[in-house]
Design a protein around this ligand. Structure first.
Ligand SMILES: Nc1ncnc2c1ncn2[C@@H]1O[C@H](COP(=O)(O)OP(=O)(O)OP(=O)(O)O)[C@@H](O)[C@H]1O
Length: 247
C-alpha cells in the first residue's frame, strides 16, 4: 500500500510583477514570478545581486505593494487588502527576522520575545513559550538586555520573538548577514529545528550557499524571474547553480 502526503502551500505568488519608477526610469524588479512555498518547510531564495530577492520577499510579506499579480498567505489574498487589513495580517500571521536584530535595548530578552503578543493583546501560551525557549536555547539568558548578549544570542531572541506568535510564515532577510560563521550556523540550526520540531514555515533570503543548504529547497531568481530550484540543497549544489546563473 502506498500513502501519499499532501503538501500544503503556505504562500503562493502568481504572475508577481513589480516595477519601480516610471517611463525611462522604470526598473522591472519582478517580471511575473510564479512560486509556491510549502507549509512546515524551510525555503531559501537566492540569486545574483539585483535579481529581485528582497523585492520578492517584501511583496510576499505585504511590506510592499505589487504592480501586478497575486500573493496569497494561507487562504487570504493579501494583494486585495487595504493598508489597515495588511497591518493586521502582518501582526497576526507573519513573523519577521531581519539582518539587524531590531531588539529594544531597554527590554530584557524575555520582554523582547513577548512584545509582539502584548502589542496584539494576545496571551502567551506557556507550553509554546517553553518549547520556543528550548528550541532556541535561551533559558539562561532571559533576564539579559540585548547589550549583554552576543550577536548570535540577539538573533536567537529575534527568532524566538518571531516564533512565539505561531505565525503562518516567518520571512527572514539575510538573518545571518551580521553574524560570524559560528553564530550564523547556530541561528540557522535553530531555524531548521523550528521547522522540524515546531512545524514552522520559513522563507529566507540569503547570499550564502552555506546558509541556503540548511533549507529544504532553494529557489533562484535572475533578472526578476524564477529560473531554477534545488531540493535538499548542499553548499556545493547551491554554488554550482548560482555559478551557472551568473555565467
Ligand atoms: N525602491 C526602489 N526604487 C527603485 N528601484 C529599486 C528599489 N528597490 C529595488 N530596486 C531595484 O530593483 C531591482 C531588484 O532589487 P532587489 O533589492 O530586490 O534585489 P536583490 O536580489 O535583493 O539584490 P541584493 O542581493 O543586492 O540585495 C534592482 O535593480 C534594484 O536596483
Amino acid at each position: 500500500m502506498t500513502t501519499t502526503t499532501q503538501v500544503r502551500t503556505a504562500v503562493v505568488a502568481r504572475g508577481l510583477t513589480k516595477v519601480y519608477g516610471e517611463g525611462d526610469a522604470a526598473v522591472h524588479a519582478l517580471r511575473g514570478v510564479d512560486v509556491g512555498f510549502a507549509a512546515e518547510a524551510f525555503t531559501a531564495i537566492m540569486g545574483p545581486s539585483g535579481s529581485g530577492k528582497s523585492t520578492l520577499m517584501h511583496c510576499l510579506a505585504g511590506l510592499d505593494t505589487v504592480t501586478d499579480g497575486q500573493v496569497t498567505i494561507g487562504d487570504v489574498e493579501i494583494t486585495g487588502l487595504n493598508d489597515k487589513q495588511l497591518t493586521l495580517l502582518r501582526r497576526e500571521r507573519v513573523g519577521f527576522v531581519f539582518q539587524a536584530f531590531n531588539l529594544l535595548p531597554t527590554l530584557t530578552a524575555e520582554q523582547n520575545i513577548m512584545l509582539p503578543l502584548e502589542i496584539a493583546g494576545r496571551q502567551a501560551d506557556q507550553a509554546l513559550f517553553d518549547r520556543v525557549i528550548e528550541t532556541v536555547g535561551l533559558r539562561d539568558r532571559l533576564g539579559h538586555k540585548p547589550s549583554e548578549l552576543s550577536g548570535g544570542q540577539q538573533q536567537r531572541v529575534a527568532v524566538a520573538r518571531a516564533l512565539i506568535s505561531k505565525p503562518q510564515v516567518i520571512f527572514a532577510d539575510e538573518p545571518t548577514g551580521n553574524l560570524d560563521s559560528r553564530s550564523g550556523a547556530e541561528v540557522l540550526a535553530f531555524l531548521r529545528r523550528s521547522v522540524r520540531e515546531l512545524g514552522q514555515t520559513i522563507v529566507m533570503v540569503t547570499h550564502d550557499p552555506g546558509a541556503a543548504s540548511y533549507a529544504d529547497r532553494v529557489v533562484f531568481l535572475r533578472d526578476g524571474l524564477l529560473v531554477s530550484e534545488v531540493e535538499r540543497p548542499t553548499p556545493q549544489t547551491v554554488l554550482d547553480t548560482l555559478m551557472a546563473l551568473e555565467a
